[in-house]
Design a protein around this ligand. Structure first.
Ligand SMILES: Cc1cc2nc3c(=O)[nH]c(=O)nc-3n(C[C@H](O)[C@H](O)[C@H](O)COP(=O)(O)O)c2cc1C
Length: 369
């Protein structure tokens, strides 16, 4: 089975939107213009991103909000149904579903994803998440293993069974530590018999190894450019040397792009400092500190402002030249793409499209779409 899709385009830095399916998006703020994750807003945004030539839309898989004044991410459109709706209404853009390996039986997931490749004619992408958020696992009555090794071992079995269901043309059986299936089929299979782009989101060594072995992309946090460069090198080395395969890395950013640096910084201060939803910030950070290895523990306190501003991810705050320069540095660190998030995606994306995208093409970081 082949793997070929527009997420792989050498010499072209891929861009997409992350988290518009969740209320607040990535910004933990109480400002009036904070993101409302309605279907109407998502549809309009998806069509806008498609017309701008962005490569992907990526949802956060969230099952319960983080409380606080705004109940950050309390409204979230379920990602498989969200992606299916958007695939039917767009033309070029890749649309990912983010799926918790623990919450969908692999044969159900294989069939849902195969159907999505049919609807999107090959534009569906899968983002696998292997779990960290204990209250959500409790909500399902599912035990979240304390062991990272176990979570990713389960994820590997889950994804291998999905691939088997896509590949097999005759009924098959499967029996391992996690799944037993009998006379399984998945028909119709993948559109064009082509594997979708698959990414995995994580930062731990186990998460990196899982992606290097099983996925096309690792979607991971970037704390600074120097360590980012090292992560790209390490993960690509693991892919090449251990599994004899290529893997690309994507990272995640939040954007405040304004005509001047001062305007961008002032707005950043306004929404993330003066109007932070501190209770939700504290809840998210304590959950991540207890259950995730995505951020080094000792740095968590100093990340509070970044969490309010954009869930702790890499900031792109400035005028179009500055933001273009920052994206150039991320690309130079070896990343193949990045996700973007805005306080109000619909209001802010057009300015980014008008001012930053052409600058990236002029610099040769993105090719003409
Ligand atoms: C960039 C990025 C995006 C993520 N997206 C989600 C998500 O949508 N839903 C979720 O529950 N976890 C998400 N996670 C959490 C990871 O899937 C993973 O469970 C978590 O990072 C803990 O694993 P790790 O210690 O290997 O990083 C994301 C993590 C990263 C780094």
């Amino acid at each position: 089975m082949i793997s070929s899709h527009s997420m792989i385009r050498p010499g072209h830095f891929k861009l997409g939107l992350f988290s518009p399916n969740c209320s607040g998006g990535m910004a933990i703020t109480s400002v009036d213009e904070r993101w409302q994750a309605t279907w109407e807003n998502n549809l309009e945004l998806g069509i806008l991103a498609d017309n701008l030539g962005l490569e992907f839309l990526l949802p956060i898989a969230r099952w319960a909000g983080y409380g606080g004044k705004t109940d950050f991410q309390g409204d979230s459109l379920e990602t498989i149904t969200w992606a299916t709706g958007l695939l039917s209404k767009t033309n070029r853009i890749n649309i990912f579903a983010t799926a918790h390996s623990a919450f969908f039986h692999p044969l159900v997931a294989a069939k849902q994803f195969a159907t999505m490749t049919q609807i999107g004619k090959g534009r569906f992408g899968l983002n696998v998440v292997c779990g960290w958020n204990k209250p959500e696992y409790d909500m399902f009555g599912i035990q979240l293993s304390d062991s990272h090794d176990e979570r990713y071992e389960y994820g590997k079995s889950w994804f291998s069974l999905i691939k088997k269901a896509w590949e097999e043309k005759v009924p098959f059986s499967w029996d391992d530590k996690y799944f037993k299936v009998q006379d399984a089929v998945c028909s119709p299979g993948l559109y064009g018999d082509t594997l979708p782009p698959v990414m995995s989101a994580g930062s731990s060594p186990q998460g990196q190894k899982f992606a290097a072995e099983n996925c096309d992309f690792l979607f991971t946090v970037l704390l600074d450019l120097e360590s980012g460069k090292q992560i790209v090198k390490n993960v690509k080395d693991i892919g090449r040397c251990v599994y004899n395969r290529n893997i690309d890395l994507f990272t995640t950013t939040y954007v405040v792009c304004r005509p001047t640096m001062k305007e961008a910084r002032d707005y950043h201060h306004y929404y993330a400092s003066e109007n932070a939803d501190s209770e939700a910030v504290d809840r998210l950070m304590s959950l991540m500190g207890m259950h995730a290895h995505s951020f080094p523990r000792d740095q968590i306190d100093s990340l509070k402002l970044h969490f309010a501003a954009g869930h702790g991810v890499y900031p792109l705050v400035g005028d179009p030249d500055f933001i273009c320069g920052e994206i150039e540095k991320i690309a130079a660190s070896g990343f193949s793409g990045a996700s973007l998030a805005f306080v109000d995606y619909l209001a802010e994306l057009p300015f980014f499209g008008d001012e930053v995208l052409p600058r990236l093409v002029a610099k040769g970081i993105r090719l003409k779409t």
